[in-house]
Design a protein around this ligand. Structure first.
Ligand code: NDP
Length: 290
């Protein structure tokens, strides 16, 4: 049984990206530049943005941060997006989601210059992925595919099941696995429980992105399967602890009894996500400079 160590792999790839960003600077006099936009006071969003900015600093990227209050109007945010789109010094734009409820997130994503959409959420980039001409791919599923590739796991000819069909994880993961020649089943909240179980039991590659702790029982995992657990769930704190543990969507202790390889939570898919964001930002900078 192999633990797929996303943390170690992410460190290695980030080392390579650091060298590549230095080479880009040497060739162009420019650092790849990521603009981050944080609206409102969601503490989890603030943590995510901070870790993305720290990654920029570590890898020799430029980071420009814009923080707007919770009362920000749609027009104000759109004006900021327009300014960032027009700014030649900005290569990638990341609008941290979720936005406050009063704002229309879809309209904001639609407004991004697709060439700066390093999150891969813009309809143009989603369409390009669907057409098997990917430009910027959503960072979490891109990280999942890189983790498989670097671990020597070839999806070709394999039965893969993706649990969850969100636009940012489940659906693009299913597309990428299909493009990699797996035979893919997608399950979601309307999938009858017995069909879900059957789909999980047949999966040689299982990707789970639901957002419920321990949602997939370990005993469902097919012997030798590759299990990619995207879920990040914080449990209630145990007595004497300030914060609860982070766990995935798969019952890890049960699944390790059956799986051939499995990602831990934390330390599996999470570190790969931020790494792919940096990868996309460098790529956006290269494409802009030509
Ligand atoms: P969403 O809430 O957007 O999507 C959850 C998906 O799970 C939906 O497609 C939903 O189906 C499906 N689902 C819900 N209940 C069931 C059920 N009973 N059976 C089968 N499917 C079900 O979440 P995300 O995709 O954004 O994220 C999923 C998890 O991954 C979360 O824990 C999140 O924190 C984590 N995550 C981790 C990242 C990382 O870097 N590791 C990055 C992004 C997310 P339906 O479409 O029918 O509603």
């Amino acid at each position: 049984m192999t633990i797929l160590d996303g943390k170690a792999l992410a460190q290695r790839i980030q080392g390579e990206l650091t060298e590549q960003s230095a080479a880009f600077f040497a060739a162009t006099g420019l650092k790849p530049c990521l603009a981050t936009v944080l609206v409102g006071a969601d503490p989890a969003s603030a943590v995510y943005v901070r870790s993305k900015r720290r990654a920029c600093a570590r890898l020799g990227f430029e980071s420009r941060h814009h923080e707007l209050g919770p009362e920000t109007s749609q027009q104000e945010l759109e004006a900021l997006i327009d300014a960032l789109n027009a700014d030649d010094g900005v290569h990638g734009i990341l609008v941290q989601l979720p936005l406050p409820k009063a704002l229309d997130a879809d309209a904001i994503i639609d407004r991004l210059d697709p060439a700066k959409d390093v999150d891969g959420f813009h309809p143009t980039n989603v369409g390009l992925l669907a057409l098997k001409k990917p430009r910027f791919v959503s960072c979490t599923p891109a990280g999942v595919m890189r983790l498989l590739e670097e671990s020597g796991i070839d999806p070709q000819g394999k039965r893969a099941t993706v649990v969850g069909r969100s636009a940012i994880v489940g659906l693009p993961a299913a597309l990428l696995l299909t493009h990699a020649h797996a035979t893919v089943r997608i399950t979601h909240s309307r999938t009858p429980r017995e069909d879900l179980e059957a789909a999980v039991r047949e999966a040689e590659i299982l990707v789970v992105a639901v957002g419920r702790p321990g949602f997939v029982p370990g005993e469902w995992v097919r012997p030798g399967a590759v299990v990619i657990d995207v879920g990040i769930n914080r449990l209630a704190p145990e007595p004497g602890q300030e914060r609860g543990r982070l766990v995935g969507d798969v019952d890890f202790d049960g699944a390790v009894e059956h799986a051939g390889a499995i990602t831990p939570v934390p330390g599996g898919v999470g570190p790969m996500t931020i790494t792919m964001l940096m990868h996309n930002t460098l790529e956006a900078a290269r494409q802009r400079v030509g």
